[in-house]
Write a protein that binds this ligand. Structure first.
Ligand SMILES: NC(=O)c1ccc[n+]([C@@H]2O[C@H](COP(=O)([O-])OP(=O)(O)OC[C@H]3O[C@@H](n4cnc5c(N)ncnc54)[C@H](OP(=O)(O)O)[C@@H]3O)[C@@H](O)[C@H]2O)c1
Length: 247
């Protein structure tokens, strides 16, 4: 088949934008989702100037009407979707931090709901809404932007580098997203669709902050690689730069 069709949510800045750049040479039409259309259009201009075949769709992952709009957009224009990068996400506060949003004992319930709404419930709802189009792809790929902070194994290990990096609302939402990866990959095991969780690294973005060790130019690599996995690539995994992470 000809050019692949990809949808990257939250593609107007940060890792979503970088992932679009990194898919430049993959013969893919990249549609970035952007809550703010003007910001999305500016991002598309930059992507096109860099040689990426890009378009923008106004898209807020917390608005259920936008799932149908996204389905209709891809269905009417292309009749399928090859790549879905579930990149849009929110933090519950600054990293690293000590506020109640980081504490399992003190987290405000409304904040927990808000973070889960964006980072988990909405990701599941969007993916499920677009699955009929991904099933029409000869090689569907779903990339869930998790984080190493979603790893229960590493959080429980006093020797792990993230043992003291706890941010309860965010971390738990990414753990839940990882559960979605495992369950959906199981359900799709007899299809051509691969579903994986990505940890991009701790990256200098608005979310990652200035103390992050990884430059943005490196941060899209894990998502881009999982979005373009070959047919014999893994599904139901959790990866950082090609290396598996413990759940
Ligand atoms: N940076 C890191 O070190 C790091 C590490 C591990 C995992 N991650 C994950 O990687 C993903 C991208 O992170 P980032 O660092 O690029 O964050 P970022 O710089 O804060 O960008 C977040 C993106 O998500 C979009 N977004 C937020 N809420 C949205 C909503 N309701 N609907 C649609 N789009 C929404 C934002 O759009 P607006 O511009 O409209 O706000 C923006 O495009 C997130 O899922 C994050 O959890 C990041």
């Amino acid at each position: 088949m000809s050019q692949k069709i990809a949808f990257i949510t939250g593609g107007n800045r940060g890792l979503g934008f970088q992932t679009a750049l990194d898919l430049k040479n993959s013969d893919t039409k990249i549609v970035i989702g952007s809550r703010d259309l003007a910001q999305g259009e500016q991002a598309v201009e930059k992507l096109r100037a860099a040689g990426v075949d890009a378009d923008v769709l106004q898209f807020d992952i917390t608005k259920p009407a936008d799932y149908k709009a996204a389905y209709d957009y891809f269905n009417s224009k292309y009749g399928r979707l090859d790549i879905l990068v579930n990149n849009a996400g929110i933090a519950a506060g600054k990293f690293p931090g000590t506020g109640p949003e980081h504490s399992a004992a003190e987290v405000p319930t409304d904040l927990l709901h808000k973070v889960f709404e964006t980072n988990f419930f909405a990701q599941v709802a969007l993916t499920d809404a677009l699955l009929p189009l991904l099933k029409k792809s000869p090689a569907g790929r779903i990339v869930n932007l998790s984080s190493i902070l979603g790893s229960l194994t590493l959080h429980a290990d006093p020797k792990s580098p993230i043992y003291h990096a706890k941010s309860f609302a965010y971390d738990a939402s990414k753990t839940a997203l990882n559960a979605f990866t495992v369950h959906l990959a199981y359900e799709l095991r007899d299809t051509k669709i691969k579903v994986n969780s990505a940890h991009p690294g701790w990256v200098k973005t608005d979310m990652g902050g200035e103390s992050a060790p990884m430059e943005l130019s490196e941060g899209g690599k894990t998502s881009a690689a999982l979005a373009t996995l070959p047919d014999d690539g893994p599904s139901g995994g959790y990866f950082h730069l090609g290396q598996p992470l413990p759940w």
